[in-house]
Design a binder for this molecule. Sequence first.
Ligand SMILES: NC(=O)c1ccc[n+]([C@@H]2O[C@H](COP(=O)([O-])OP(=O)(O)OC[C@H]3O[C@@H](n4cnc5c(N)ncnc54)[C@H](O)[C@@H]3O)[C@@H](O)[C@H]2O)c1
Length: 315
Amino acid sequence: MSYDLTGKTAIVTGAAAGIGAAIAEELASAGATVVIADLKQETAEAQVAVIERAGGTALAVAADVSNPKDVEAMVAFAVEKTGGLHILVNNAGIGGPDVSTGDYPLDAWHGVVNVDLHGTFYGLRYAIPEMKKAGGGAIVNIASMLGAVGFPGNPAYVAAKHAVVGLTRNAALEHAADNVRINAVGPGFINTKILDTNLDEAGKQFLKDQTPLGRLGEPADVAALVGFLVSDRASFITGSFHMVDGGYTAKLPQRRADIAPARSRHCRRAGRHRRSQFDNHLSDMLPEGTGAPWMKARGPDPASPQGPGLRPTPI
Ligand SMILES: NC(=O)c1ccc[n+]([C@@H]2O[C@H](COP(=O)([O-])OP(=O)(O)OC[C@H]3O[C@@H](n4cnc5c(N)ncnc54)[C@H](O)[C@@H]3O)[C@@H](O)[C@H]2O)c1
């Protein structure tokens, strides 16, 4: 099955890395002119170069999606440079520290919600009027499988991603008559660069074992679905929430008896044990310090572009 996005302008936020970069490449390979929006102009330009080397067309713009003025300017840039806006992928997102609700730092809460939820709203708020002028459009909000289920230790992220799904449904109802389709996608464990650098082989194997299809997702797995959803092949799809999680959320929760042997094996391999807060939960089965950063971020991360206490890579 193929689709054609020739003549369309698409904005992808957080497109300099990971899932966003793969989505931008997918849309460009289908013929769209893609605006690569990310925090830094240099990293956005580097991704433009990747797309141009592959024969596509792309433009770079620096935008922090948690700042409504940046998002307004990002949309204006796309329209001014290409003449209109037809596609938006609200992909930029961050995780947060691994802390339970009763102790969750207020600044981290606001930081995560500002990017993951407010950033998505700002994208809708400024893109939809331009899509109406263009006669219609398609928007995909990258939520997470954690927009459908809880994950102990990630209250801000889980709440924000659930809210993104609700916002998707509401906006889809409001703008169906404008011919603007709006859908959400829920990636599971996706093999982005940061997961690669933060998980050892045992940790990755553990996540694979938790996934019915037996592997981590690749950014291209998410991009393939997003490309379809923004194309005319999906012209009867709006207000939907689609998982790309290898079957993870289709499972019943595991019983402690089922997972205890796996945990012991894993901890033995890692050569350490720790007392877990959620003894029967996936995140507790990863060895301390080697867990995926969205689960295991402990304490401030001064290097984060979002500021101390926040991690750039969520699930
Ligand atoms: N990787 C996973 O396993 C996974 C799983 C489920 C959902 N997701 C979602 O997919 C999206 C992308 O995740 P990823 O794994 O590719 O992350 P990533 O950290 O690899 O890439 C995120 C990109 O977004 C940019 N970014 C961060 N904050 C931004 C901001 N305020 N404004 C503009 N750009 C910003 C970063 O600079 C980076 O280029 C996120 O919304 C995330 O919640 C990821």
